[in-house]
Design a protein around this ligand. Structure first.
Ligand code: G4P
Length: 525
């Protein structure tokens, strides 16, 4: 097989969902189908029968949440699937957002009883920035659910994407009989699988067959009528609209019951895009180009307590990586030899011999790699579109031991390079302001400062409503802006000028007063 065949076989995706919709459960089933794990239930350290393979921090184990994301690769139906796990907890959205820049498509999970929830809306907004194709899985059909038509309507209205059901549930909860595939005229009969076993695949060909009559009993006519209505009232699947991010094919099932996941995955590997072309500063990079290129979307520390280093996750955008090859670290203009890139097979580190466009490799990082960095085989190129999002919460950080200032600064600098937090230095005083997307993030930062940098710090409230990155083409105006707003300007961890607005009204007034200054809510790395 040539390298371009390998590339064409890659399917790189992430799951987007609201916490509790079933992301972890479905991940387990996908890995089971990919035969990566023998027994489902090893993804998250939550119940007693689960051992935590992707968890690395005591704190997250205690809480049963996954702070980190990892990459899981498995073969399926002749394709190689890369699943990028995203932190499920609400508080870690920035990491999640950036992971979405490294995938070619997404799987959206919706709780059939709850419908479209907050976090899904936010994540969809990020997907929309790149028109990422989305396949949907409506989960928990073994429970009492809302009318599926309502759920589809809600997806269309709230998420602004046309929804095309591929299959349709027959009953739900105790009366859940299975799903009917609208395109193959097949009923997949529901049989609850036990946790770790994929149930046998029982199919009935033809909604009008005697076997269907037998299964549906007195409901047979009603079901046929409903399906007639569904066909008339919903969108038809169109692969081009799916690939353009305008339409999502929808599958129904239950992740817990191992039902419907395989049907979804079968179509997913057929329809989902192979590694897509990527925008860079000077040109568009085509995945099948011979030379390697890639960008770093995530940096993670201490994944394995035995290896106390940091790993930079690089999405390979074109060409292939082979062990020991030289890459150019474009930002610092240096060639580096990469002998020991790693991949994470369901939590186990293994050395990569070869990786191609679409794959993710882990580079050992000793402080020289930052989020957004591009690597090439010599070309001056910079991938674009890897954003920083303005934090939504702010705290002033204060040291318990003032002599530890240096260690604190180093720790915060590194944590902000990893994207764990954002740090701001107001110009008018010596405060250090830490920005986060959620409260839990502060606890993680405090924990890591203590564990890794031996610094104890406390957080105090600070009067900041939001941050905006400042840009202005006219250097004189920029200087003027800085002087007149010295009360509220700060420099972030990457050296960029920011405006820390104390209130929403203040931000609005300042923007009106400075129409030629740009106030950005996201910053590209
Ligand atoms: P998340 O990663 O999206 O947060 O969700 P997760 O998979 O952890 O699922 C959240 C809860 O929903 C879990 O229950 C899980 O067992 C349950 N669940 C997932 N899929 C289905 C489904 O198809 N049907 C039903 N009935 N439940 C489902 P839990 O009680 O919080 O955890 P656990 O003790 O079962 O692990």
């Amino acid at each position: 097989m040539s390298v371009s065949d390998h590339i064409a076989n890659r399917r790189t995706f992430a799951i987007i969902s609201h916490p509790d919709a079933g992301k972890t459960t479905i991940t387990e089933k996908l890995l089971l189908l990919g035969q990566l794990i023998q027994k489902a239930g090893s993804v998250k350290g939550k119940g007693s029968d689960r051992h935590a393979t992707s968890d690395w921090m005591t704190m997250e184990q205690e809480r049963g949440i996954s702070v980190t994301s990892s990459v899981m690769q498995f073969p399926y139906n002749g394709r190689i699937v890369n699943l990028l796990d995203t932190p499920g907890h609400e508080d870690f959205s920035e990491d999640t957002y950036r992971t979405l820049t490294a995938v070619d498509s997404c799987l959206m999970i919706i709780d059939a009883a709850k419908g479209v929830e907050d976090r899904t809306i936010k994540l969809m907004n990020v997907c929309r920035l790149r028109d990422t194709p989305i396949i949907s899985f409506v989960n928990k059909l073994d429970r009492e659910i809302r009318d599926p038509i309502e759920t589809l309507d809600e997806m269309e209205e709230v998420l602004g994407i046309a929804a095309a059901p591929i299959n349709w549930p027959i009953g739900s909860g105790k009366e859940f009989k299975g799903v009917y595939n609208l395109y193959t005229d097949t009923i997949h009969v529901y049989k609850a699988g036990s946790r770790s076993v994929i149930p046998e695949d029982i199919r009935i060909q033809g909604l009008n067959s005697p076997e269907a009559d037998e299964l549906l009993g007195v409901y047979a006519e009603e079901v046929r009528e409903e399906l007639e209505l569904v066909r008339g009232a919903t969108h038809e699947f169109d692969i081009d609209e799916y690939k353009a991010g305008q339409l999502t094919p929808v599958f129904f099932g239950t992740a817990l019951g191992n039902f419907g996941v395989r049907e979804m995955l079968d179509d997913f590997v057929e329809w989902a895009p192979a590694p897509l072309d990527r925008d860079a500063s000077s040109r568009q990079v085509v995945a099948t180009e011979e030379k390697l290129s890639g960008f770093v979307f995530k940096i993670q520390a201490n994944m394995d307590p035995k290896h106390r280093d940091r790993i930079a996750f690089m999405r390979v955008c074109s060409g292939a990586y082979t062990r020991g090859m030289k890459m150019k670290h474009v930002r610092i203009g240096k060639d580096v030899k990469i002998a020991d890139a790693v991949t994470f097979l369901a939590g186990e580190r293994s050395h990569v011999e070869e990786a191609v466009a679409g794959d993710i490799i882990g580079l050992h990082n000793h402080g020289t790699i930052q989020i957004g960095d591009t690597f090439t085989e010599g070309e001056e190129l910079k991938f674009t579109g890897i954003p920083h999002f303005a934090p939504e919460m702010f705290r002033r950080i204060r040291l318990k031991d003032p002599l530890k200032m240096k260690a604190l600064q180093k720790g915060l600098q590194q944590l902000s390079e990893e994207g764990s937090t954002q740090v701001f230095f107001p110009t008018r005083n010596n405060d250090i302001v830490v920005g986060a997307v959620g409260v839990l993030q502060y606890e993680v930062v405090a924990y890591r400062l203590k564990e890794e940098y031996k610094v104890e710090a406390v957080y105090e409230p600070v009067n900041v409503y939001t941050a905006r990155w400042i840009e202005c083409e006219d250097p004189r105006m920029l200087e003027d802006f800085k002087r007149k707003n010295s009360e509220n300007v700060a420099i972030d961890g990457g050296g960029h000028l920011t405006y820390l607005a104390p209130t929403r009204v203040n931000l609005q007034l300042t923007q009106e007063r400075w129409p030629d200054v740009e106030f950005r809510a996201t910053r590209e790395h």
